[in-house]
Ligand binder design. Structure first.
Ligand code: DLZ
Length: 174
């Protein structure tokens, strides 16, 4: 595991490779869960890669019941995610999108409001809403974080987190 003290470059490389990602709790299963997915259509090629990661992550934990919706861009993700979470039809929501600084002068606005809104959605509804949205400098960084099987994929990580959080909420509230 890289440490920040070893240098900014090492840490950035670790973040890109996924070395800092959370481990999956032993024995975690998503059987019987219904998971919602909200995906943005901006930067569709990258979001497709994240979506494949979501599918892999959910399948690896035995999730078979998935409901997916798309929205125009990442700015619209929070409302769709909150509405889905509040509907009472899903155990968790995974949000995927890609905000690339090079392509937008209002990068901070779109990425910041998306992150803030996703957090608000889960706090307001009590349903886990996972942030699988890339906020990166360029396409190369986006590709490094949306890799195929065995590689770093933020969508896959968010999917695993959704199952973990859904089970946690279920365990402490029922
Ligand atoms: C407008 C815009 C721009 C410039 N860049 C992105 C982006 O990199 N990623 C993304 O998901 N969406 C982007 N958008 C679209 C906004 O999220 C939103 O859809 C529009 O501003 C309409 O509200």
């Amino acid at each position: 595991m890289a440490t920040k003290a070893s240098g900014v470059t090492d840490y950035a490389a670790a973040m890109a490779s996924g070395d800092e990602r959370a481990s999956v709790p032993e024995g975690l299963t998503g059987e019987g869960l219904r998971i919602g997915v909200v995906r943005a259509r901006w930067n569709a090629g990258i979001v497709d890669r994240l979506a494949k990661g979501v599918d892999r992550g959910l399948a690896s934990l035995g999730v078979t019941d998935v409901v997916a919706h798309s929205v125009p861009g990442s700015f619209e993700i929070p409302l769709a995610a909150k509405t889905l979470a509040a509907s009472g039809t899903v155990d968790a929501v995974v949000c995927i999108g890609a905000v690339i600084r090079g392509e937008t002068t209002h990068y901070e606005l779109v990425s910041g409001e998306c992150g803030r809104g996703v957090q608000q959605a889960q706090l307001d509804t009590g349903v886990p809403v996972l942030f699988g949205v890339l906020t990166v400098e360029n396409e190369a960084q986006a590709e490094a974080r949306s890799q195929g099987p065995g590689g770093h994929n933020v969508g896959e990580e968010a999917a695993l987190g959704a199952v973990e959080m859904a089970k946690l909420i279920r365990a402490v509230t029922r």
